[in-house]
Structures are given as structure tokens and as C-alpha cells.
Write a new protein. Structure first.
Length: 438
């Protein structure tokens, strides 16, 4: 059987993306055979890089083709070649050209190989001039220069200004870091660090004002994570530090009844259980069956025994038949704060989606409020940067729930906090309390 090379695998994944509704991350993971770490890294870099830079790459192609529409596979090949030439400095130009031409023959574009060769070699001879043009695009047309939709850039620039917009766009185009939370249900920090050293994992300490000391580490380099005994034994869980803030504000305690809405893939559920020391009851609710199995898998690996998984359609909870001490509403959202990790999200999200999601978010938080105990804590969180999904939802909720008070509100911004974007609001149900003295 012929062994596929990283560039061929990358091209085939990008072909599938043109036809499938699934996210490119899922397509890559499903279609990636066993590769050496170096080849796997290159394949991932090519796929994610081409998707991130798609708009800018298409602009480069259009300049040399009189804006003629190319067939899908041919466009993918040209994107791959140009991405290597202008964004992967470690690959020599001649190698990028030759590999792309050879790949064209393998993917049925042999008759177009001369055209591909000419276009790429033309850009190779104009590299310095083209780089200046790309820099000018970033300054004058940031959506085109940084390969984002114009409507998002206009929205963000209006809110934060040109410089912070530039920082956010650069953040979104950079490969995300890998962070690991120590799972104290299975191990201790010292033992995990010792095992990581034996497993050739290079790490660094992560400190943020909402994190416990020595709880989260950045993994600088490592073998494939699922191959590590420390991963298989559930000694750590991979998640961005931003996702821990809502759980810290929730403040779960041993022995309590806690509800985690929209719980997949289980990162917050398992951290709640960790803070509860596996004592009490955590209801992890999820609508989608396949995502429910993901929570079950993570709970099993991490040794979480206090979680009960519930699958339910819609935001109605009569089947739970209980009121809760604390509820986490980690609502479905536009995910604009996590665009660095969801590489093709920028091409999927639409302005009208934000308003649709806001309706869903309000339904969830209103239903959650109805099953919270007096003096109970309700935390609402998203990984969105958009005010309509964040502060405006909190204000509308408070306007219709006079017994609730806002105790905490915080927005995490990538360019300010160095983590994924997130919003967290903490409410307390003061129902039944005597009114405050005037």
C-alpha cells in the first residue's frame, strides 16, 4: 500500500472540507493516519494554516488569474503552495513548488501542473514585493490582510480600536498553546511533573489570578498526548485556563447538588467534581447523544464518580425533579473568543447567528433560575467576545429576575489576558431574604 505524505493528506482533508459540514479539526483527526511526530505536525500546520489564511491566499491567487474561478482541487493546491512559500519560512521555495506540482499529478490535476508551476514560480521571483503588499493589506484592509470576515473586523475595531483589533487578529492566526489541568482525583502535582519528565514532556508553569497554584501547565513539547501513560491514567485534562474561571466563581463544595448545563466535552464537569472531592452530586446535562458519550469517557478516565449524565432535548428540566445549590450555564455561543482553536469558525459564523444564540442563552439562564435554591449561585458563561451574548444577556436576566443580584462579572480578552476569550457572570438568588435597610 502506498504511504501518503503529509502534503497529500493535508490536501485530501481540505478536499473533504469543501464537501462536508463537519469542522476541519474533526476531519483532520479522523483522516490522519499514523505519522511520525514531525510529519503529523507539518500536516496539521498545512491544514490549519490554509484554512486560517484562506481569504488572503485566494486574493493572491486572484491577482495572477484575472479573478477567474478555479476548480476546487486546483484552488486547494494553489493555496497549499502559496501558504508554504509565504507563511512557512522553513520550507524552501523550490520544494514548495515541486511538491505542489507533484501533488497535482496525484490528485488528478496533472494537466494543470504547468499552470501551477508558473503561478508559484512567479510568486517565488516576486517574494519581497509580495510581502510588502501583504503588509500593506494588514494596515489598510485588516479583514483581507489577516484573513477574517470584514463584518467581524468592523465590529471589533468599533469596540476596541485598530491596534487591539490587530492584536486579536494576530492571536487568532497563531497556533494555540496546549494547557493541561492537573487532576487531583487521580494524582498530585509533584508526581505528575515527575512522570512528565520521564515521558519527555516539556512544560511551563501557568499563573493567572483565578487559578490555584500549580494547577495548570503549558505543554511546550510532547509526544502524542493520547499515547502518554499519564494521559491514559487520567492524571491531567487538556483545557484552556479561561474555562476554569466560571467553575472557580461557581465555587462548588463537597456534598452539594450542582447542575452543569451544556456540559460536553466535560472539562468543567470534571473540574467541578475535582473541587467537590467527588463528594456530592453533579448533574451533567447535554442534548446531543454523541457528546454525552464524550463526557462519559472523560469522567471515566479522570475518575469522576459523583457525576450523573442526563440527555435532554430543549431547555426544560422536569425530569431532574430537584433544586440545586449551584448551577453553571455554559451556554452555546458564537465561540468568537476561541477562534484561535476553531480554525474555520470565522468562515461559518454570520451576524444573524449572534442574535439567534442570544435567544437560546436567555432561555437557558431563565430555566436554570427556576430550579435554583434560595441563596443558590448561578454562573453564566460563554467563550464569546460579543456583548449581545454576554453583558446584555446578564442585564436582561436581571431585569426580569428581581430576586437575583450580580455578584461578579468579568470578560477575558486574548490580547489582554493571554487566554481564550470568555465571559463570566455570577448571580446569587436572594429570594426569601429580608430587604436591605435603606
Amino acid at each position: 500500500m502506498r504511504v501518503q505524505k503529509p502534503r497529500e493528506i493535508a490536501a485530501r482533508v481540505l478536499q473533504q472540507r469543501e464537501k462536508a459540514a463537519d469542522y476541519v479539526e474533526n476531519l483532520l483527526e479522523a483522516g490522519l493516519p499514523s505519522l511520525s511526530p514531525a510529519d503529523r505536525s507539518l500536516c496539521q500546520e498545512l491544514v490549519y494554516g490554509v484554512v486560517r489564511r484562506q481569504r488572503t491566499l485566494d486574493w493572491l491567487i486572484a491577482r495572477k488569474t484575472e479573478r477567474r474561478v478555479q476548480k476546487a482541487t486546483l484552488q486547494i493546491l494553489l493555496r497549499l503552495g502559496l501558504y508554504q512559500m509565504f507563511w512557512l519560512d522553513r520550507i524552501p521555495h523550490h520544494a514548495a513548488v515541486n511538491e505542489t506540482v507533484e501533488l497535482a499529478r496525484q490528485l488528478g490535476c496533472g494537466p494543470q501542473s504547468g499552470f501551477i508551476n508558473a503561478l508559484l514560480r512567479g510568486y517565488a521571483s516576486e517574494r519581497d514585493e509580495t510581502k510588502k503588499l501583504l503588509d500593506e493589506l494588514k494596515a489598510n484592509q485588516p479583514g483581507l490582510g489577516y484573513s477574517h470576515p470584514d463584518w467581524l473586523c468592523e465590529r471589533w475595531q468599533k469596540r476596541w480600536g485598530a491596534e487591539k483589533l490587530r492584536q486579536l487578529l494576530e492571536w487568532n492566526n497563531a497556533p494555540p498553546k496546549t494547557f493541561a489541568r492537573v487532576n487531583t482525583l487521580r494524582t498530585e502535582t509533584g508526581k505528575l511533573l515527575e512522570q512528565w519528565r520521564d515521558e519527555d514532556v516539556e512544560y511551563d508553569f501557568v499563573r493567572r489570578d483565578w487559578l490555584e497554584e500549580n494547577l495548570v501547565f503549558e505543554l511546550k513539547s510532547h509526544p502524542p498526548l493520547t499515547s502518554l501513560p499519564s494521559f491514559q491514567k487520567g492524571f491531567f485534562y487538556v483545557q484552556d485556563p479561561s474555562t476554569l474561571l466560571p467553575v472557580r466563581e461557581l465555587g462548588p463544595r463537597p456534598g452539594e447538588n450542582i447542575l452543569d448545563l451544556c456540559a460536553a466535552p466535560g472539562g468543567k464537569t470534571t473540574y467541578i467534581a475535582q473541587l467537590m472531592q467527588n463528594r456530592g452530586r453533579v448533574i451533567a446535562k447535554e442534548r446531543q447523544y454523541d457528546r454525552l458519550s464524550l463526557i462519559r469517557e472523560n469522567c471515566g478516565r479522570l475518575g469522576v464518580t459523583c457525576a450523573e449524565l442526563v440527555r435532554s432535548e430543549g431547555p426544560v428540566f422536569p425530569e431532574l425533579n430537584v433544586h440545586f445549590d449551584r448551577i453553571l450555564v455554559d451556554a452555546p455561543c458564537s465561540n468568537t473568543g476561541a477562534m484561535r482553536r476553531r480554525v474555520d469558525l470565522r468562515w461559518r459564523i454570520r451576524p444573524e447567528e449572534i442574535e439567534r444564540l442570544r435567544t437560546v442563552q436567555l432561555e437557558l439562564i431563565n430555566e436554570a433560575a427556576s430550579i435554583l435554591k434560595p441563596n443558590g449561585v448561578l454562573v453564566y458563561s460563554t467563550c464569546s467576545l460579543e456583548p449581545e451574548e454576554n453583558g446584555e444577556v446578564a442585564k436582561e436576566f436581571l431585569a426580569s429576575h428581581s430576586s437575583f443580584s450580580l455578584e461578579f462579572e468579568r470578560e477575558l480578552l486574548p490580547f489582554a489576558d493571554g487566554v481564550d476569550g470568555a465571559y463570566v457572570a455570577k448571580f446569587v438568588n436572594r429570594w426569601g431574604e429580608a430587604p436591605a435597610e435603606p
